[in-house]
Design a protein. Structure first.
Length: 576
Protein backbone atom coordinates (compact mmCIF):
# COMPACT_ATOMS: atom_id res chain seq x y z
CA UNK A 1 0.00 0.00 0.00
CA UNK A 2 3.03 2.29 -0.11
CA UNK A 3 1.75 3.50 -3.46
CA UNK A 4 -0.92 5.45 -1.57
CA UNK A 5 1.78 7.58 0.04
CA UNK A 6 1.42 9.64 -3.10
CA UNK A 7 -1.89 10.90 -1.69
CA UNK A 8 0.02 13.06 0.81
CA UNK A 9 0.23 15.89 -1.71
CA UNK A 10 -3.58 15.98 -1.79
CA UNK A 11 -3.99 16.13 1.99
CA UNK A 12 -5.86 19.45 1.77
CA UNK A 13 -8.48 18.02 -0.59
CA UNK A 14 -8.74 14.83 1.49
CA UNK A 15 -9.38 16.88 4.66
CA UNK A 16 -12.18 18.70 2.81
CA UNK A 17 -13.66 15.33 1.80
CA UNK A 18 -13.50 14.03 5.38
CA UNK A 19 -15.07 17.16 6.89
CA UNK A 20 -17.78 17.25 4.22
CA UNK A 21 -18.65 13.61 4.80
CA UNK A 22 -18.69 14.15 8.56
CA UNK A 23 -21.20 16.98 8.21
CA UNK A 24 -23.23 14.92 5.73
CA UNK A 25 -23.39 11.93 8.10
CA UNK A 26 -24.45 14.12 11.02
CA UNK A 27 -27.27 15.45 8.86
CA UNK A 28 -28.33 11.96 7.80
CA UNK A 29 -28.36 10.79 11.43
CA UNK A 30 -30.27 13.82 12.72
CA UNK A 31 -33.19 13.35 10.33
CA UNK A 32 -34.47 10.08 11.95
CA UNK A 33 -34.24 11.74 15.40
CA UNK A 34 -36.36 14.66 14.17
CA UNK A 35 -38.80 12.16 12.62
CA UNK A 36 -39.14 10.42 16.00
CA UNK A 37 -39.94 13.75 17.70
CA UNK A 38 -42.48 14.74 15.03
CA UNK A 39 -44.38 11.44 15.51
CA UNK A 40 -44.05 11.16 19.29
CA UNK A 41 -44.72 14.82 20.04
CA UNK A 42 -46.21 16.60 17.04
CA UNK A 43 -48.51 13.87 15.70
CA UNK A 44 -49.38 12.47 19.14
CA UNK A 45 -50.40 15.92 20.39
CA UNK A 46 -51.74 17.12 17.01
CA UNK A 47 -49.36 20.08 17.29
CA UNK A 48 -49.28 21.45 13.72
CA UNK A 49 -46.83 24.27 14.49
CA UNK A 50 -44.36 21.80 15.98
CA UNK A 51 -44.68 19.55 12.94
CA UNK A 52 -44.10 22.49 10.54
CA UNK A 53 -41.08 23.77 12.49
CA UNK A 54 -39.46 20.36 12.68
CA UNK A 55 -40.37 19.70 9.03
CA UNK A 56 -38.64 22.94 7.98
CA UNK A 57 -35.59 21.94 10.06
CA UNK A 58 -35.54 18.54 8.34
CA UNK A 59 -35.66 20.24 4.93
CA UNK A 60 -32.79 22.57 5.84
CA UNK A 61 -30.67 19.71 7.17
CA UNK A 62 -31.41 17.64 4.04
CA UNK A 63 -30.33 20.50 1.74
CA UNK A 64 -27.12 21.15 3.72
CA UNK A 65 -26.37 17.43 3.87
CA UNK A 66 -26.77 17.16 0.09
CA UNK A 67 -24.53 20.19 -0.51
CA UNK A 68 -21.74 18.70 1.59
CA UNK A 69 -22.19 15.36 -0.19
CA UNK A 70 -21.70 17.14 -3.55
CA UNK A 71 -18.54 18.79 -2.18
CA UNK A 72 -17.16 15.42 -1.06
CA UNK A 73 -17.93 13.83 -4.44
CA UNK A 74 -16.24 16.70 -6.30
CA UNK A 75 -13.03 16.60 -4.28
CA UNK A 76 -12.82 12.80 -4.04
CA UNK A 77 -13.16 12.53 -7.84
CA UNK A 78 -10.52 15.23 -8.29
CA UNK A 79 -8.09 13.48 -5.91
CA UNK A 80 -8.64 10.06 -7.52
CA UNK A 81 -8.12 11.37 -11.08
CA UNK A 82 -5.00 13.37 -10.11
CA UNK A 83 -3.57 10.45 -8.14
CA UNK A 84 -4.07 8.11 -11.13
CA UNK A 85 -2.39 10.66 -13.38
CA UNK A 86 0.61 10.78 -11.02
CA UNK A 87 0.88 6.98 -11.06
CA UNK A 88 0.85 6.90 -14.86
CA UNK A 89 3.57 9.57 -14.94
CA UNK A 90 5.70 7.58 -12.47
CA UNK A 91 5.18 4.37 -14.44
CA UNK A 92 6.06 6.09 -17.72
CA UNK A 93 9.30 7.42 -16.27
CA UNK A 94 10.10 4.04 -14.73
CA UNK A 95 9.48 2.19 -18.01
CA UNK A 96 11.65 4.69 -19.89
CA UNK A 97 14.53 3.77 -17.59
CA UNK A 98 14.04 0.02 -18.08
CA UNK A 99 16.94 -1.91 -19.53
CA UNK A 100 15.83 -3.77 -22.63
CA UNK A 101 15.96 -7.12 -20.81
CA UNK A 102 13.35 -5.87 -18.31
CA UNK A 103 11.18 -4.54 -21.12
CA UNK A 104 11.42 -7.94 -22.82
CA UNK A 105 10.47 -9.68 -19.56
CA UNK A 106 7.20 -7.78 -19.18
CA UNK A 107 6.28 -7.34 -22.83
CA UNK A 108 4.56 -4.37 -24.48
CA UNK A 109 1.00 -5.65 -23.97
CA UNK A 110 1.44 -6.19 -20.24
CA UNK A 111 2.96 -2.73 -19.80
CA UNK A 112 0.06 -1.14 -21.68
CA UNK A 113 -2.53 -2.96 -19.55
CA UNK A 114 -0.71 -2.01 -16.35
CA UNK A 115 -0.52 1.69 -17.22
CA UNK A 116 -4.15 1.89 -18.33
CA UNK A 117 -6.53 -0.71 -16.94
CA UNK A 118 -4.64 -1.40 -13.71
CA UNK A 119 -4.25 2.31 -12.96
CA UNK A 120 -7.95 2.80 -13.69
CA UNK A 121 -8.72 0.12 -11.09
CA UNK A 122 -6.64 1.96 -8.48
CA UNK A 123 -8.32 5.23 -9.44
CA UNK A 124 -11.75 3.68 -8.94
CA UNK A 125 -10.74 2.25 -5.57
CA UNK A 126 -9.41 5.65 -4.49
CA UNK A 127 -12.58 7.42 -5.60
CA UNK A 128 -14.91 4.94 -3.91
CA UNK A 129 -12.64 4.63 -0.90
CA UNK A 130 -12.54 8.35 -0.19
CA UNK A 131 -16.32 8.53 -0.30
CA UNK A 132 -17.63 5.19 0.95
CA UNK A 133 -14.70 3.98 3.03
CA UNK A 134 -14.83 7.15 5.08
CA UNK A 135 -18.60 7.56 5.07
CA UNK A 136 -19.47 3.94 5.89
CA UNK A 137 -17.60 3.76 9.27
CA UNK A 138 -18.98 7.16 10.27
CA UNK A 139 -22.48 6.06 9.32
CA UNK A 140 -22.04 2.71 11.09
CA UNK A 141 -20.69 4.14 14.35
CA UNK A 142 -23.16 7.03 14.37
CA UNK A 143 -26.05 4.68 13.54
CA UNK A 144 -25.13 2.31 16.38
CA UNK A 145 -24.90 5.18 18.88
CA UNK A 146 -28.23 6.63 17.79
CA UNK A 147 -29.91 3.19 17.76
CA UNK A 148 -28.64 2.41 21.27
CA UNK A 149 -29.85 5.78 22.52
CA UNK A 150 -33.28 5.14 20.95
CA UNK A 151 -33.86 1.66 22.43
CA UNK A 152 -31.23 -0.51 24.04
CA UNK A 153 -33.25 -3.75 23.99
CA UNK A 154 -34.12 -3.51 20.29
CA UNK A 155 -30.42 -2.97 19.46
CA UNK A 156 -29.73 -6.60 20.41
CA UNK A 157 -30.90 -7.58 16.88
CA UNK A 158 -27.59 -6.28 15.54
CA UNK A 159 -25.62 -8.76 17.66
CA UNK A 160 -27.01 -11.49 15.40
CA UNK A 161 -27.04 -9.85 11.96
CA UNK A 162 -23.67 -8.08 12.01
CA UNK A 163 -21.48 -11.14 12.80
CA UNK A 164 -23.27 -13.11 10.05
CA UNK A 165 -22.54 -10.29 7.58
CA UNK A 166 -18.87 -10.15 8.64
CA UNK A 167 -18.45 -13.91 8.09
CA UNK A 168 -20.00 -13.56 4.60
CA UNK A 169 -17.63 -10.69 3.71
CA UNK A 170 -14.60 -12.67 4.89
CA UNK A 171 -15.51 -15.78 2.86
CA UNK A 172 -16.24 -13.71 -0.26
CA UNK A 173 -12.92 -11.87 -0.05
CA UNK A 174 -11.00 -15.10 0.50
CA UNK A 175 -12.44 -16.60 -2.70
CA UNK A 176 -12.27 -13.53 -4.95
CA UNK A 177 -8.70 -12.22 -4.30
CA UNK A 178 -6.92 -15.15 -6.09
CA UNK A 179 -9.36 -14.89 -8.99
CA UNK A 180 -8.70 -11.16 -9.37
CA UNK A 181 -4.96 -11.75 -9.66
CA UNK A 182 -5.58 -14.49 -12.19
CA UNK A 183 -7.86 -12.21 -14.23
CA UNK A 184 -5.08 -9.62 -14.61
CA UNK A 185 -2.66 -12.27 -15.89
CA UNK A 186 -5.30 -13.60 -18.28
CA UNK A 187 -5.92 -10.08 -19.60
CA UNK A 188 -2.17 -9.70 -20.26
CA UNK A 189 -2.15 -12.94 -22.25
CA UNK A 190 -5.24 -11.94 -24.20
CA UNK A 191 -3.81 -8.49 -25.01
CA UNK A 192 -0.46 -9.95 -26.07
CA UNK A 193 -2.12 -12.44 -28.40
CA UNK A 194 -4.45 -9.80 -29.85
CA UNK A 195 -1.51 -7.44 -30.42
CA UNK A 196 0.48 -10.18 -32.16
CA UNK A 197 -2.54 -11.00 -34.32
CA UNK A 198 -2.95 -7.37 -35.36
CA UNK A 199 0.73 -6.99 -36.26
CA UNK A 200 0.63 -10.17 -38.38
CA UNK A 201 -2.77 -9.69 -40.01
CA UNK A 202 -1.34 -9.48 -43.55
CA UNK A 203 0.57 -12.74 -43.21
CA UNK A 204 -2.44 -14.46 -41.66
CA UNK A 205 -4.65 -13.45 -44.56
CA UNK A 206 -2.03 -14.28 -47.17
CA UNK A 207 -1.82 -17.87 -45.88
CA UNK A 208 -5.57 -18.24 -45.17
CA UNK A 209 -4.99 -18.84 -41.46
CA UNK A 210 -8.02 -16.90 -40.20
CA UNK A 211 -9.79 -20.00 -38.84
CA UNK A 212 -6.69 -21.19 -37.02
CA UNK A 213 -6.19 -17.76 -35.44
CA UNK A 214 -9.85 -17.60 -34.43
CA UNK A 215 -9.52 -20.92 -32.61
CA UNK A 216 -6.30 -19.80 -30.97
CA UNK A 217 -7.80 -16.48 -29.90
CA UNK A 218 -10.89 -18.25 -28.56
CA UNK A 219 -8.70 -20.20 -26.11
CA UNK A 220 -7.28 -17.02 -24.55
CA UNK A 221 -10.66 -15.29 -24.66
CA UNK A 222 -12.40 -18.25 -22.98
CA UNK A 223 -9.73 -18.42 -20.28
CA UNK A 224 -10.24 -14.71 -19.50
CA UNK A 225 -14.05 -14.91 -19.55
CA UNK A 226 -14.07 -18.08 -17.39
CA UNK A 227 -12.21 -16.25 -14.63
CA UNK A 228 -14.72 -13.40 -14.72
CA UNK A 229 -17.65 -15.80 -14.78
CA UNK A 230 -16.34 -17.50 -11.67
CA UNK A 231 -15.92 -14.13 -9.96
CA UNK A 232 -19.45 -13.25 -11.05
CA UNK A 233 -20.75 -16.49 -9.56
CA UNK A 234 -19.41 -15.52 -6.14
CA UNK A 235 -20.75 -11.97 -6.53
CA UNK A 236 -24.15 -13.42 -7.50
CA UNK A 237 -24.22 -15.24 -4.16
CA UNK A 238 -22.70 -12.46 -2.06
CA UNK A 239 -25.00 -9.57 -3.10
CA UNK A 240 -28.27 -11.46 -2.42
CA UNK A 241 -26.76 -12.76 0.83
CA UNK A 242 -26.16 -9.21 2.10
CA UNK A 243 -29.64 -8.19 0.94
CA UNK A 244 -31.19 -11.18 2.71
CA UNK A 245 -29.42 -10.39 5.98
CA UNK A 246 -30.56 -6.75 5.73
CA UNK A 247 -34.17 -7.74 5.11
CA UNK A 248 -34.18 -10.31 7.91
CA UNK A 249 -32.73 -7.67 10.23
CA UNK A 250 -35.64 -5.37 9.42
CA UNK A 251 -38.10 -8.23 9.96
CA UNK A 252 -36.52 -8.90 13.35
CA UNK A 253 -36.66 -5.20 14.29
CA UNK A 254 -40.32 -4.85 13.28
CA UNK A 255 -41.32 -8.06 15.07
CA UNK A 256 -39.41 -7.32 18.28
CA UNK A 257 -40.30 -3.61 18.15
CA UNK A 258 -44.02 -4.38 17.77
CA UNK A 259 -43.91 -6.50 20.89
CA UNK A 260 -42.19 -3.68 22.75
CA UNK A 261 -44.88 -1.23 21.59
CA UNK A 262 -47.67 -3.59 22.64
CA UNK A 263 -46.00 -3.86 26.04
CA UNK A 264 -45.78 -0.05 26.31
CA UNK A 265 -41.97 -0.26 26.37
CA UNK A 266 -41.53 1.70 23.15
CA UNK A 267 -43.33 4.38 21.15
CA UNK A 268 -44.29 4.12 17.48
CA UNK A 269 -42.05 7.06 16.56
CA UNK A 270 -39.07 5.34 18.21
CA UNK A 271 -39.65 2.22 16.10
CA UNK A 272 -39.80 4.23 12.87
CA UNK A 273 -36.63 6.11 13.80
CA UNK A 274 -34.92 2.87 14.81
CA UNK A 275 -35.77 1.32 11.43
CA UNK A 276 -34.14 4.31 9.70
CA UNK A 277 -31.03 3.90 11.86
CA UNK A 278 -31.02 0.18 11.08
CA UNK A 279 -31.18 1.01 7.37
CA UNK A 280 -28.23 3.38 7.78
CA UNK A 281 -26.23 0.71 9.63
CA UNK A 282 -26.98 -2.01 7.10
CA UNK A 283 -26.36 0.37 4.18
CA UNK A 284 -22.97 1.16 5.65
CA UNK A 285 -22.26 -2.58 5.59
CA UNK A 286 -23.48 -2.71 2.01
CA UNK A 287 -21.09 0.11 1.12
CA UNK A 288 -18.28 -1.76 2.85
CA UNK A 289 -19.15 -4.90 0.87
CA UNK A 290 -19.01 -2.85 -2.37
CA UNK A 291 -15.57 -1.60 -1.42
CA UNK A 292 -14.45 -5.11 -0.49
CA UNK A 293 -15.64 -6.33 -3.88
CA UNK A 294 -13.33 -3.73 -5.47
CA UNK A 295 -10.35 -4.45 -3.21
CA UNK A 296 -9.29 -7.84 -4.66
CA UNK A 297 -9.14 -6.47 -8.19
CA UNK A 298 -7.46 -3.27 -7.00
CA UNK A 299 -4.97 -5.26 -4.90
CA UNK A 300 -3.98 -7.29 -7.95
CA UNK A 301 -3.59 -4.04 -9.90
CA UNK A 302 -1.55 -2.49 -7.09
CA UNK A 303 0.81 -5.47 -7.04
CA UNK A 304 1.31 -5.22 -10.80
CA UNK A 305 1.89 -1.46 -10.66
CA UNK A 306 4.38 -1.80 -7.79
CA UNK A 307 6.16 -4.48 -9.77
CA UNK A 308 6.93 -1.79 -12.34
CA UNK A 309 7.85 0.93 -9.84
CA UNK A 310 9.94 -1.28 -7.51
CA UNK A 311 12.63 -2.50 -9.89
CA UNK A 312 15.17 0.26 -9.38
CA UNK A 313 17.88 -2.30 -8.89
CA UNK A 314 17.37 -3.54 -12.45
CA UNK A 315 17.60 -0.14 -14.13
CA UNK A 316 20.62 0.70 -16.22
CA UNK A 317 22.65 3.22 -14.25
CA UNK A 318 25.28 5.47 -15.78
CA UNK A 319 28.30 7.07 -14.17
CA UNK A 320 29.02 10.72 -13.43
CA UNK A 321 31.44 11.44 -16.28
CA UNK A 322 30.13 13.54 -19.16
CA UNK A 323 31.17 12.32 -22.60
CA UNK A 324 31.76 15.25 -24.96
CA UNK A 325 33.20 13.37 -27.91
CA UNK A 326 34.22 9.80 -28.74
CA UNK A 327 37.81 9.77 -29.94
CA UNK A 328 38.65 6.14 -29.31
CA UNK A 329 36.50 3.03 -28.94
CA UNK A 330 37.83 -0.31 -27.72
CA UNK A 331 36.25 -3.72 -27.11
CA UNK A 332 38.42 -5.82 -24.76
CA UNK A 333 37.53 -9.53 -24.71
CA UNK A 334 33.81 -8.72 -24.63
CA UNK A 335 31.43 -11.62 -24.04
CA UNK A 336 27.67 -11.41 -23.65
CA UNK A 337 24.65 -13.69 -23.46
CA UNK A 338 21.00 -12.69 -23.34
CA UNK A 339 18.98 -13.27 -20.15
CA UNK A 340 17.78 -16.88 -19.80
CA UNK A 341 20.09 -17.94 -22.64
CA UNK A 342 22.56 -20.77 -22.18
CA UNK A 343 24.99 -19.74 -24.93
CA UNK A 344 26.94 -16.55 -25.52
CA UNK A 345 25.90 -14.28 -28.38
CA UNK A 346 29.34 -12.66 -28.35
CA UNK A 347 32.54 -14.39 -27.24
CA UNK A 348 35.84 -12.65 -26.52
CA UNK A 349 35.42 -9.92 -29.14
CA UNK A 350 38.23 -7.35 -29.25
CA UNK A 351 38.96 -4.41 -31.55
CA UNK A 352 40.07 -0.78 -31.45
CA UNK A 353 38.63 2.10 -33.47
CA UNK A 354 40.08 5.59 -33.50
CA UNK A 355 38.60 8.92 -34.53
CA UNK A 356 38.15 9.17 -38.28
CA UNK A 357 38.25 5.39 -38.82
CA UNK A 358 35.41 3.41 -40.37
CA UNK A 359 34.58 -0.12 -39.23
CA UNK A 360 32.38 -2.51 -41.15
CA UNK A 361 30.86 -5.53 -39.42
CA UNK A 362 29.78 -8.51 -41.48
CA UNK A 363 28.63 -12.02 -40.76
CA UNK A 364 25.82 -14.46 -41.30
CA UNK A 365 22.43 -14.08 -39.61
CA UNK A 366 22.71 -14.67 -35.86
CA UNK A 367 26.42 -13.94 -35.70
CA UNK A 368 26.03 -11.21 -33.05
CA UNK A 369 26.22 -8.06 -35.17
CA UNK A 370 23.14 -6.34 -33.71
CA UNK A 371 24.09 -7.55 -30.24
CA UNK A 372 27.36 -5.65 -30.53
CA UNK A 373 25.47 -2.47 -31.43
CA UNK A 374 23.09 -2.97 -28.48
CA UNK A 375 26.05 -3.16 -26.11
CA UNK A 376 27.45 0.11 -27.44
CA UNK A 377 24.27 2.07 -26.63
CA UNK A 378 23.96 0.11 -23.36
CA UNK A 379 20.66 -1.56 -24.08
CA UNK A 380 22.49 -4.40 -22.38
CA UNK A 381 25.74 -4.57 -20.39
CA UNK A 382 28.60 -6.96 -21.08
CA UNK A 383 28.94 -10.14 -19.01
CA UNK A 384 32.70 -10.38 -19.44
CA UNK A 385 35.38 -8.00 -20.64
CA UNK A 386 35.10 -4.23 -21.10
CA UNK A 387 33.99 -1.60 -23.55
CA UNK A 388 36.29 1.41 -23.29
CA UNK A 389 35.60 4.90 -24.64
CA UNK A 390 38.53 7.30 -24.57
CA UNK A 391 40.25 4.85 -22.26
CA UNK A 392 37.44 4.78 -19.67
CA UNK A 393 34.86 2.07 -19.04
CA UNK A 394 31.61 2.81 -20.84
CA UNK A 395 29.75 2.50 -17.51
CA UNK A 396 31.68 5.50 -16.13
CA UNK A 397 29.81 7.86 -18.46
CA UNK A 398 26.31 9.14 -17.88
CA UNK A 399 23.73 7.41 -20.06
CA UNK A 400 22.52 10.69 -21.51
CA UNK A 401 25.93 11.91 -22.61
CA UNK A 402 26.82 8.45 -23.96
CA UNK A 403 23.71 8.18 -26.11
CA UNK A 404 24.00 11.84 -27.13
CA UNK A 405 27.40 10.93 -28.57
CA UNK A 406 26.05 8.14 -30.78
CA UNK A 407 23.94 8.52 -33.93
CA UNK A 408 22.27 5.12 -33.85
CA UNK A 409 20.20 3.72 -36.70
CA UNK A 410 18.38 0.51 -35.85
CA UNK A 411 18.10 -2.49 -38.13
CA UNK A 412 14.33 -2.08 -38.28
CA UNK A 413 13.37 1.55 -38.98
CA UNK A 414 10.96 2.97 -36.44
CA UNK A 415 8.95 6.10 -37.13
CA UNK A 416 6.81 7.79 -34.49
CA UNK A 417 3.42 9.32 -35.15
CA UNK A 418 3.84 13.00 -36.00
CA UNK A 419 5.56 14.65 -38.97
CA UNK A 420 8.71 14.03 -40.97
CA UNK A 421 10.28 16.98 -39.17
CA UNK A 422 9.43 15.69 -35.68
CA UNK A 423 10.80 12.25 -36.59
CA UNK A 424 14.11 13.67 -37.84
CA UNK A 425 14.82 16.17 -35.08
CA UNK A 426 13.30 13.94 -32.32
CA UNK A 427 12.92 16.93 -30.03
CA UNK A 428 10.43 19.56 -28.92
CA UNK A 429 13.20 22.15 -29.16
CA UNK A 430 12.05 25.01 -31.40
CA UNK A 431 15.61 26.20 -32.04
CA UNK A 432 16.30 23.54 -34.65
CA UNK A 433 18.01 24.46 -37.91
CA UNK A 434 15.99 24.21 -41.13
CA UNK A 435 19.19 24.04 -43.16
CA UNK A 436 20.57 21.18 -41.06
CA UNK A 437 17.28 19.32 -41.38
CA UNK A 438 17.16 19.72 -45.16
CA UNK A 439 20.84 18.76 -45.40
CA UNK A 440 20.19 15.59 -43.39
CA UNK A 441 17.33 14.60 -45.69
CA UNK A 442 19.45 15.25 -48.77
CA UNK A 443 22.35 13.17 -47.44
CA UNK A 444 19.99 10.30 -46.64
CA UNK A 445 18.56 10.47 -50.19
CA UNK A 446 15.10 11.28 -48.82
CA UNK A 447 14.23 13.54 -51.76
CA UNK A 448 10.69 12.11 -51.81
CA UNK A 449 9.90 14.24 -48.74
CA UNK A 450 10.28 17.47 -50.73
CA UNK A 451 7.98 16.15 -53.43
CA UNK A 452 5.11 15.95 -50.93
CA UNK A 453 2.73 18.89 -50.62
CA UNK A 454 3.64 19.62 -46.99
CA UNK A 455 7.32 18.73 -47.33
CA UNK A 456 8.98 18.24 -43.95
CA UNK A 457 5.59 18.87 -42.36
CA UNK A 458 4.12 15.77 -44.03
CA UNK A 459 2.21 13.51 -41.69
CA UNK A 460 3.72 10.30 -40.35
CA UNK A 461 1.03 7.92 -39.11
CA UNK A 462 1.59 5.37 -36.35
CA UNK A 463 4.67 3.22 -37.06
CA UNK A 464 5.12 5.07 -40.37
CA UNK A 465 2.61 2.93 -42.22
CA UNK A 466 2.17 5.62 -44.89
CA UNK A 467 5.81 5.19 -46.01
CA UNK A 468 7.52 2.29 -47.76
CA UNK A 469 10.32 0.30 -46.12
CA UNK A 470 13.00 2.15 -48.07
CA UNK A 471 11.48 5.53 -47.26
CA UNK A 472 11.32 4.71 -43.57
CA UNK A 473 14.98 3.65 -43.63
CA UNK A 474 16.03 6.91 -45.25
CA UNK A 475 14.08 9.04 -42.74
CA UNK A 476 15.71 7.03 -39.93
CA UNK A 477 19.13 7.67 -41.46
CA UNK A 478 18.30 11.39 -41.75
CA UNK A 479 17.56 11.34 -38.02
CA UNK A 480 21.10 10.10 -37.28
CA UNK A 481 22.67 12.54 -39.74
CA UNK A 482 20.80 15.48 -38.18
CA UNK A 483 22.00 14.45 -34.72
CA UNK A 484 25.57 14.57 -36.07
CA UNK A 485 27.15 12.74 -33.13
CA UNK A 486 30.79 11.70 -32.89
CA UNK A 487 29.98 8.03 -33.60
CA UNK A 488 27.71 6.84 -36.40
CA UNK A 489 26.36 3.39 -35.52
CA UNK A 490 24.39 2.00 -38.47
CA UNK A 491 22.82 -1.43 -38.07
CA UNK A 492 22.10 -2.90 -41.52
CA UNK A 493 19.94 0.10 -42.42
CA UNK A 494 20.44 -0.12 -46.21
CA UNK A 495 18.65 -3.44 -46.71
CA UNK A 496 15.54 -1.93 -48.34
CA UNK A 497 17.51 0.34 -50.68
CA UNK A 498 18.48 -0.37 -54.27
CA UNK A 499 22.21 -0.53 -55.06
CA UNK A 500 22.33 2.86 -56.76
CA UNK A 501 20.63 4.69 -53.85
CA UNK A 502 22.75 2.78 -51.37
CA UNK A 503 25.98 3.75 -53.08
CA UNK A 504 25.07 7.44 -53.22
CA UNK A 505 23.88 7.46 -49.62
CA UNK A 506 26.98 5.66 -48.41
CA UNK A 507 29.26 8.13 -50.19
CA UNK A 508 27.39 11.06 -48.65
CA UNK A 509 27.58 9.49 -45.19
CA UNK A 510 31.29 8.86 -45.48
CA UNK A 511 31.85 12.51 -46.42
CA UNK A 512 29.66 13.69 -43.55
CA UNK A 513 31.51 11.48 -41.05
CA UNK A 514 35.00 12.00 -42.46
CA UNK A 515 36.41 13.10 -39.11
CA UNK A 516 34.18 10.86 -36.98
CA UNK A 517 33.99 7.21 -36.03
CA UNK A 518 31.61 5.06 -38.02
CA UNK A 519 30.45 1.49 -37.49
CA UNK A 520 28.35 0.06 -40.30
CA UNK A 521 26.75 -3.35 -39.83
CA UNK A 522 25.78 -4.99 -43.09
CA UNK A 523 25.25 -8.33 -44.76
CA UNK A 524 26.40 -6.82 -48.07
CA UNK A 525 30.14 -6.86 -48.61
CA UNK A 526 29.83 -4.11 -51.22
CA UNK A 527 28.55 -1.74 -48.51
CA UNK A 528 31.73 -1.97 -46.39
CA UNK A 529 34.58 -3.16 -48.62
CA UNK A 530 36.13 0.36 -48.71
CA UNK A 531 36.19 0.73 -44.93
CA UNK A 532 39.42 0.95 -42.91
CA UNK A 533 38.59 -2.22 -40.99
CA UNK A 534 36.13 -5.04 -41.46
CA UNK A 535 35.18 -7.22 -38.51
CA UNK A 536 34.08 -10.74 -39.44
CA UNK A 537 31.76 -12.54 -37.00
CA UNK A 538 30.40 -16.06 -36.93
CA UNK A 539 28.27 -17.50 -34.11
CA UNK A 540 29.36 -14.63 -31.87
CA UNK A 541 33.07 -15.26 -32.39
CA UNK A 542 35.53 -12.92 -34.04
CA UNK A 543 37.03 -14.79 -37.01
CA UNK A 544 39.12 -11.92 -38.22
CA UNK A 545 39.57 -8.17 -38.51
CA UNK A 546 41.35 -6.19 -41.20
CA UNK A 547 40.88 -4.61 -44.58
CA UNK A 548 38.79 -6.10 -47.37
CA UNK A 549 41.91 -7.37 -49.14
CA UNK A 550 43.33 -8.87 -45.95
CA UNK A 551 40.17 -10.81 -45.11
CA UNK A 552 39.70 -11.94 -48.70
CA UNK A 553 43.18 -13.40 -48.64
CA UNK A 554 43.14 -14.91 -45.14
CA UNK A 555 39.57 -15.82 -44.18
CA UNK A 556 37.68 -18.61 -45.92
CA UNK A 557 34.38 -17.49 -44.37
CA UNK A 558 34.79 -14.02 -45.87
CA UNK A 559 35.60 -15.45 -49.30
CA UNK A 560 32.43 -17.55 -49.14
CA UNK A 561 30.41 -14.42 -48.38
CA UNK A 562 31.96 -12.65 -51.35
CA UNK A 563 31.28 -15.59 -53.65
CA UNK A 564 27.67 -15.90 -52.51
CA UNK A 565 27.18 -12.22 -53.35
CA UNK A 566 29.14 -12.40 -56.60
CA UNK A 567 31.43 -9.67 -55.34
CA UNK A 568 35.15 -9.43 -54.78
CA UNK A 569 35.79 -5.72 -54.52
CA UNK A 570 34.96 -3.91 -57.71
CA UNK A 571 32.31 -1.31 -58.39
CA UNK A 572 29.02 -1.12 -56.59
CA UNK A 573 27.29 -3.46 -59.00
CA UNK A 574 29.68 -6.26 -58.28
CA UNK A 575 32.12 -6.15 -61.22
CA UNK A 576 35.15 -8.31 -60.61
Amino acid sequence: MKLFRGLKKYIKEIVIVVLSLFVNVIGVLLIPRITVNIINIGVANTDTNYILKKGALMLLISVLSSVFMIISIYYSTHVAASFASDIREDMFRSIQDFPIKTYDKFGASSLIVRTTDDVRGVQELTRIGLRMMLRAPLMFIGGIIMALSTNLKLSSVFFVSLPITLVGIFLFTKKVIPLSKKSRTSLDELSEHFRAWLSGIRVIRAFNKEEFEEENFSKFNKNYSDVFKKTGDYAAIFAPFVGFVMNMTLVGIIYYGSNLILGNNMQVGDLIGFIQYANNIMLSFLFISMIIAQIPRAQASLDRINEILDIDEEKTVGGDLILDEIEKLEFKDVSFKYPNSQSYSLKNVSFVLNKGEKLGIIGSTGSGKTTLASLLVRFYDVDKGQILINGRDIKDYSLKSLRDSISYIEQKPRLIEGTVKSNVIMSSDTSFSDNALIDALNISQADFVFEKELGIGSEVVQRGRNFSGGQKQRISIARAVYKDASLFLIDDSFSALDFKTERKLREELLNKAADKLMILISQRARAIFEFDKILLLKNGELLGIGSHEYLKENEEEYREILESQDFSGGDIYGAQ
